[in-house]
Design a protein around this ligand. Structure first.
Ligand code: CU
Length: 335
């Protein structure tokens, strides 16, 4: 196998052309619909209803309510009997309107903060075509098990590209982020995203959602001024995440907040089962508040027995009040 090399944009574009038709099998739609699962015992398809969500994007066309159920499965193909998932990622620089007063220059993957939630099955081959148009050197460093050549610490210059290719192991909920120094700056400016590796046997049917806790140091004082779930402060406070009453929700939760040693996460009026780093098929324990260091991530499962609106937020209330605050809107199943 040739040693991976930085490649020019032209070659990247040629590969991209070859890969058009991209899209994968994203199952959740913004206009409602269903998420599909295969029953682990019987192999039967099972559908999980999704509440229609049609709310405005703000910021720079960013819509966290869409992001919450948006999974990028890549372009799937078979090579020598193996499943390959090809992903296209472009690093860029865009301005995000964080609230009515603050607009902020983000460094990001595919124009969004967090970057796309990349998803593969355990043992698949992952091939990420990364093009850097961000104006600075950037990389993609994945958490997982892979050789040094694709560890994402070698800078990819502006205007250049790189192919990261590795096996999707181990299963769990992981992350990727830029690894150019100062890494703190590159991550907190927006170069981070979630990487989910599903176990071979799959998981039980559930309404699957993604929350990434991120934060912004808007005045470069190495402290965070604004915090968010999925990139925009207070978005889910204004536009609660709709979920159905008694529906099992599987939350993929990641903390990528820099400058603070750890964040907590708390759900109101409910408890959740914890699958640490998503690396177990059975929950380890149940609680209603969990502490997560930077880059720590877990799967949390819960269902709400009563309809209504319920807060979720770090129990460090200053952080919640600085934007890391959201609501679930629990809707009766028969409505
Ligand atoms: Cu970077």
């Amino acid at each position: 196998m040739p040693y991976p090399q930085e490649i020019g944009e032209k070659l990247w574009n040629r590969r991209k052309l070859l890969q058009l038709g991209l899209g994968g099998v994203a199952t959740a739609g913004i206009a409602g619909g269903y998420q599909w699962f295969r029953q682990r015992s019987s192999g039967q398809p099972v559908r999980v209803p999704l509440v229609p969500t049609d709310t405005p994007a703000y910021g720079n066309g960013i819509n966290p309510l869409k992001m919450v159920r948006d999974f990028d499965y890549g372009k799937v193909k078979q090579e020598n009997g193996r499943t390959i998932r090809e992903f296209q990622i472009i690093a860029s620089t865009t301005t995000l309107q964080l609230n009515s007063a603050v607009s902020y220059i983000t460094w990001n993957y595919n124009g969004r903060v967090p970057g796309p939630t990349l998803r593969a099955r355990e043992g698949d081959r992952v091939r990420v075509s990364f093009l850097n148009q961000g104006g600075h050197a950037h990389t993609m460093h994945f958490h997982g098990i892979h050789p040094t050549a694709v560890d994402g610490v070698r800078p990819v210059s502006n205007g250049k590209a790189f192919i990261y290719e590795f096996d999707a192991v181990p299963y769990g909920v992981h992350l990727y982020h830029c690894h150019i120094a100062p890494v703190t700056r590159h991550i907190s400016k927006g170069l981070h995203g979630m990487f989910i590796v599903d176990p071979k046997e799959g998981r039980s049917p559930a309404d699957e959602i993604v929350l990434v806790m991120d934060a912004y140091d808007t005045n470069d004082d190495n402290r965070n001024e604004l915090y968010a779930f999925n990139g925009l402060p207070n978005y889910y406070k204004r536009y609660p995440i709709p979920i159905y009453q008694n529906q099992l929700v599987r939350l993929y939760l990641l903390n990528v907040v820099e400058f603070d040693a750890a964040l907590t996460f708390h759900t109101h009026a409910n408890f959740f089962r914890v699958y640490p780093t998503g690396m177990t098929l059975k929950p380890s324990y149940e609680t209603d508040v969990i502490t997560m260091g930077t880059a720590e991530r877990h799967i949390l499962e819960f269902a709400y027995p009563y309809p209504g609106k319920y807060m979720f937020h770090p129990h460090q209330d200053a952080i919640a009040e600085a934007g890391c605050m959201g609501l679930f809107d629990v809707i009766p199943q028969n409505s």
